[in-house]
Design a protein around this ligand. Structure first.
Ligand code: ATR
Length: 273
C-alpha cells in the first residue's frame, strides 16, 4: 500500500504510552478494509495546540484526544457538534479543509455499550449516575436522548451535581439531584462516573439501589473488577466495566472519520481474554 494513500490519525494525550486506542483502531481498519494509520502522540502539557497545528501541517485527517487535553480540544475546535457542546469536552477531532471539528464520542460509546452490548434499552428506565465531573457530563445528553423515565445524579459535592443538572433545562422534569446517602428506590442502570475507584473507594449509596435486574457499570476498567463492581455484584446486580465503553467510543470516532461503523463484538471479546 502506498504511504500517500494512507490517511493518518492518532491519539493525543499525556501520558499516552498506556493507550489501547492504536490497537483498537488497527483492528477496525483491518475489519473494514480502510487504509489508515493510527499512532500514539505524546503532547507536552503546555503544547496541545502546537501539536494539533503540527499534525494538521503533516496532513493528519483527525485525532482522538485524551487526558488532560479534552477541554483544550473543546476550546481549539472551530466547529462543535451538539454532543461535544453538551459534554463541554472534545475527544474526537476532524481536520477538514482548514476547520477543526470537535465531537465527543464518550457518551455515545457508553450508551452503545449499555444498549447494544449489555442489551439494556434505556427508554422508560430509571438511571442513577454517580459523579458530576467531566465523565458524568459527557454522558448526560446521550443518556437523556434515550428517553429514560428518570436520571438521578448523585454526587459527593451536591452543588456540582446541581450545576450539572441546570445545564440540561430541556430535561429538567426527568433529572433529580441527590447526595449519595439520600438516593431512594431501585434502579435499572447504575453508572459509576466518579473517579472513586482509583482510590479504591465506593460512593456510599444504599445497597437497595441494586436488584438482580440492575446493570451496574463502572466507567473504569482494569485487570480485575473495581471495588464498585464488587459492591454492586455483592448486592445482586449484573456488572460491567468501562472496556466496552472504550471500544464503542472508538468505533463511533472511526465511523465519523471513515463513514463506516466497525463491528465491536469480536474485538471486545478478544480484549477481555
Ligand atoms: P472525571 O473527568 O474523571 O469525571 P472529575 O471531573 O475530576 O474527573 O470528576 C471526578 C468525579 O468523581 C466528581 O464527581 C468527584 O466528586 P466531587 O464533585 O465531590 O469532587 C468524584 N469523586 C472523586 N473521588 C471520589 C471519592 N473518593 N468518592 C466519591 N466521589 C469521588
Amino acid at each position: 500500500m502506498s504511504d500517500t494513500l494512507t490517511d493518518k490519525y492518532c491519539v493525543i494525550g499525556n501520558p499516552i504510552a498506556h493507550s489501547k486506542s492504536p490497537q483498537i483502531h488497527a483492528a477496525y481498519a483491518v475489519a473494514t478494509h480502510q487504509n489508515i494509520s493510527y499512532e500514539r502522540c505524546l503532547a507536552p502539557l503546555d503544547g496541545f495546540e502546537a501539536t494539533v497545528r503540527r499534525l494538521i501541517a503533516e496532513g493528519y485527517r483527525g485525532a482522538n484526544v485524551t487526558v488532560p487535553f479534552k477541554l483544550e480540544a473543546f476550546q481549539l475546535a472551530t466547529r462543535l457538534l451538539d454532543r461535544a457542546r453538551a459534554a463541554g469536552a472534545v475527544n474526537t477531532l476532524v481536520f477538514d479543509d482548514g476547520e477543526i471539528i470537535g465531537d465527543n464520542t464518550d457518551g455515545p460509546g457508553l450508551v452503545a455499550d449499555i444498549v447494544r452490548n449489555a442489551g439494556v434499552p434505556l427508554a422508560g428506565k430509571r438511571i442513577l449516575m454517580l459523579g458530576a465531573g467531566g465523565a458524568a457530563r459527557g454522558a448526560m445528553l446521550p443518556l437523556l436522548l434515550e428517553q429514560p423515565r428518570e436520571l438521578v445524579i448523585a454526587n459527593r459535592t451536591l452543588a456540582t451535581a446541581e450545576a450539572l443538572a441546570r445545564d440540561f433545562p430541556d430535561y429538567a422534569e426527568r433529572i433529580a439531584v441527590r447526595g449519595f446517602a439520600e438516593v431512594e428506590g431501585v434502579f435499572d442502570v447504575v453508572i459509576n462516573a466518579t473517579s472513586a475507584s482509583l482510590s479504591a473507594d465506593v460512593p456510599p449509596i444504599p445497597p437497595s439501589v441494586f436488584c438482580q435486574d440492575t446493570l451496574a457499570l463502572d466507567m473504569m476498567y482494569g485487570n480485575k473488577p473495581t471495588v464498585f463492581m464488587e459492591f454492586a455484584a455483592g448486592h445482586g446486580a449484573r456488572v460491567r466495566d468501562g472496556l466496552g465503553m472504550l471500544v464503542e467510543q472508538a468505533a463511533e470516532a472511526f465511523a465519523i472519520w471513515r463513514g463506516v461503523r466497525p463491528d465491536t463484538a469480536d474485538l471486545l471479546k478478544s480484549m477481555r481474554q
